[in-house]
Design a protein around this ligand. Sequence first.
Ligand code: SF4
Length: 605
Amino acid sequence: MNSVISDLIIHPSVRPQQQRTYIQIQENWSRYSSFFCSLPTGSGKTDIAACLLSNYLLTNSNGKIDILVPYKMHQDFWYSVLQKYGRKHGFSVALLKGRAAYYCPIIKSGANISPCAFDPPYARTCRSRQRCPLLIARRQIRKSQVRILNWWVFKYVDLGEEKATFRIFDEAHNLLNLETLVRVEISFSLLRSLTEDEKSLAVFRNWEKTLLKEKQFAEIDLQEGLDFLHMLKGVLAKKELFIAKQMNTRPDSISLDSLRELKRVTELITAISDLIENPNSADLAFFLQRDRSKGTLKLTVQPFDIAYIFSKLFRGGKNLFMSATIGDGEYLAKLLGMDPKHCLYIKESSAFDKNNHPFVLLKEAKNLSTANSNKKKDTFEFIQKYAQPFMNLLYKNKQRGLILASSFELARLMEGLARANGLVVITHTAGKSDTAVKSFIDAKKGDILITPSAWEGISLDDDLARLCLIPKVPFPMMFDPIVQRKVKKYPNFLENDVLITIQQAHGRIQRNPEDWGMTIFFDGNFRWLKNKRKSSLEPWFLDRITEITVQETLHLFENMLETSNKSHKKRGSSQKRNNFSRMKKTDRDWLQTSGLADLLSKPEE
Ligand code: SF4
């Protein structure tokens, strides 16, 4: 243990809470099966976990450890940190990144149904073995004690290798919505293209006619839904057999299309089996949904038993759950089917100065609602009125900002307001947030990023954004029957989920000890939310909440800016860049192609 803890002690940026958390877990290792750690940005959670796993491998030489993270960028970060620890403590690390590492390129489907999963010697003769990333991944896994996995694709994998005895979940608050991993959506068009089975199609049509009628959603009776899934599984199994027989009898005639079809059939069979083999299938909900804009009809089958799903995917061993926003740890433990008494909960405060990152709830804020057209009109007028001074503030001070909207409609409203105030806006349509975020962060384009999607997972360090505006509490769409059902099963889900989203949002603009910026919240619903679910709020966040007027907020921001300007002599360079970003696009393009743009962004002598 001493050799490992020394990694923390010699670390140049060692912080007291790193040592505290590490020692607390280490001392309680044998008493608890799982550890829930709320560790804010900058608390060095990766180093804490790296020390713990190094120590674990010292005492469990045959141990296998999985690091489960939701995003690829987290995988890269973990890999770079763990390689250093691995070199020092003699363990190897495998990085399984992207779908390719989990997919068989022959059938283009999960590793668990690849031909070599059923017949291992097949891998030696497989025509794709030379370029099979799955085989490479398996080799890596076999010789590595630590595997860094992307948990959104983990569900497809039965890697056929040893199961982990210790799992580390980074960004563990995402487990609150683990059930979405096993949601199955069957569209009418998919069904028609895969089966052409008149009986199944007739069931679909009948539901549309008798239940859905003119509505957007209709719930299907549980038994009817289960009968349909059993019938469909039978039809698909016959289809699978038929394609397989064709392939066996005429292997030279195998086309890419038939392989793709086989892939879709087997994937659907696997997904349906997962649902109906669940002993708690009484927990399933079936919804028929019509999307008028796309002209589509689909059946969504959603299990709600998160504990069952978790135990199926991640059985046994020790678990370490880490996030800046674990929220109510006992609630999460219960949700995952654990006995809260067998878990240890650790909450750390932030190492950053709280005065540099206030979370301002405007004193003028009233409870906003968009439940009907009148309320929506009032809400939008209120937001426009109170957001106006902050748009002006950004423009006047040449600062950049972020607006996290609760819907695309609200995003459009904010976009209009920002443009009217002379700000260059970066925004996006549904499913296109990556491009907008890259453009705002990497290319440093625009003055303000307006998005309904990036409430977490982006880092707006320093000058990238100083203001984060949240016009409205991001309640989920309450008319969605899946949300309604989840709220019914987990009464605390709604408030807990919303508060975690808000805390994550505040974390977007506090990324390092020198960083500063403020979040401004316009919706008075936050008052009752925070009082109702105090246990979902992290100590580092509670520290930062303040309720002041619009005028006081404007003064506070200008004071913070002045303090920052005094301590940053190179301020001129960023102003030049902002001036450049405010030019007309044609002028900017001309400057860029002529090479003069670089001159404009050089700091003043
Ligand atoms: S060796 Fe690779 S490509 Fe071949 S069947 Fe197995 S997973 Fe698929």
